[in-house]
Design a protein around this ligand. Sequence first.
Ligand code: HEM
Length: 474
Amino acid sequence: MALHRRYGDVVRLGPNRISIGTPLAIPAIYGTGANLPKGDFYRVLQPLAHGRVVQGLFNTQDERLHRALKRPIAGIYSMTNLVSFEPYVDTTIRVFLERMETQQAAQKTVDLGAWLQFFAFDVMGEITFSRRFGFLETASDVDGIIGDIYRFFSYGSAVGQMPLLDRLWAKNPLVNWILPSKNSSVVAFAVARANEREAVNKKLAAAEAGVDGEDGEDGEDGKYADDREEGTYNSRDFMSRFLETRQKDPSLPAWFLTAWTTSNVQAGSDTTAILLRAIVHFLLTHPASLAKLHQELASACFRGDIVTWKESRELRYLDACIKEAGRLHSPVGLAMERVVSAPQGVDVCGGTHLPQGTVVGLNPWVVHRDRRIFGADADEWNPDRWLRPKDEQRAAMERSLLTFGAGHRTCLGKNISYLEIYKLIPTLFSRYDITFETPDEWKLVNHWLVFQQGLNVRINIREDREKSQLTEVQ
Ligand code: HEM
């Protein structure tokens, strides 16, 4: 951000690496017709399992593979399918509220940052596999999965700037042979769930045919088992739909199932957690905004304890706050790099020529603070900017948002994450009064400089909510 303020829209970060600071370049870099493939940064973000790279929707550089992975399942993520996932989100929200209230009763304060992260991971487990990871139940990082993802992205953020290091180290077959790398815990979880589901399906098929099936396996080692009855998986979770997709087209390779399910967890958990934390942080540090939101929530008429997707879509100020948090604290904080592939190169920013092979990207943190687009207060929290009439400037702001990326590699799970966020935030603030335990707790960090950030708060159930009981968790 500092370099762009100093040198302008085009900044050269390395011998062959360009950062662009203006949203006007979005069509040239990410536009569907631009055809710029992802750079080696994404290769660093491909996890290893048994020494082999596992490519997925988000991290593959191979455009043909990307099309093959995306085409059969894109419809599952559509807006029309969204409501069918709502019951899973409700179940997880109930567990979240109950467990957090229990901890608050025992300890007087809670680290809301940690709970929001437990929520974001567990809801992805529930939606994808009908199985939570167990973070909310245990209030801890079960099997170190969150820690693993944190280290994985920390490594990727630095080494991704020098992808050659990854080839020489983590992805080097010789290094892997001498020092076998640990399998990705997310891939292990996904494979365990797929095996488990296959065993259940076989057993059901055998029962239908009147033959005794073998005992269902509980994944690789049974450690993720819960008391869910075999055969009671909801047939509308992602895993069931992915399996249906493969049944319809058996030519799709078996490993696609792992790629699809891991993409959900890898691309959709931490990102959603970051945005949830940012929304809460900005509201707690801007009392006038919080008061406006409370006013909106008080005048809305919710049917139950958990705000529905339909109800939340009516909340205009909430909508503005979510957009504004995504603008100011975009979960993706690095340039989304692409490689200029056309032999004639690409022209950007009214005359800068980028030759073939140049690595180029736009960083949401830079673009979202462009004063020409967002106004003189671009660095400030001001949700009202999203409530202005839908004029040309508003349209330009909408076009410039890169929170979920742009073009044909834009976020596939945007609707899913919105479903979680638009339900959880109003539910949280209509149920509780939340106050910071220590107001300056939140620190804006670069992972490599500071390691911890907390969101220690005190939550009190609001008077009007005290009598309402959460319905029992299934
Ligand atoms: C607030 C939450 C989220 C944010 C901010 C976010 C952001 C992004 C961004 C910026 C990209 C594009 C990256 C690039 O161009 O390099 C992306 C891609 C992707 N996201 Fe998300 N994401 C979120 C939630 C989710 C969720 C919940 C899911 C899954 C259910 C998901 C699945 C994906 C997938 C599969 C891709 C790759 C799409 C493709 O290349 O075709 N994301 N996300």
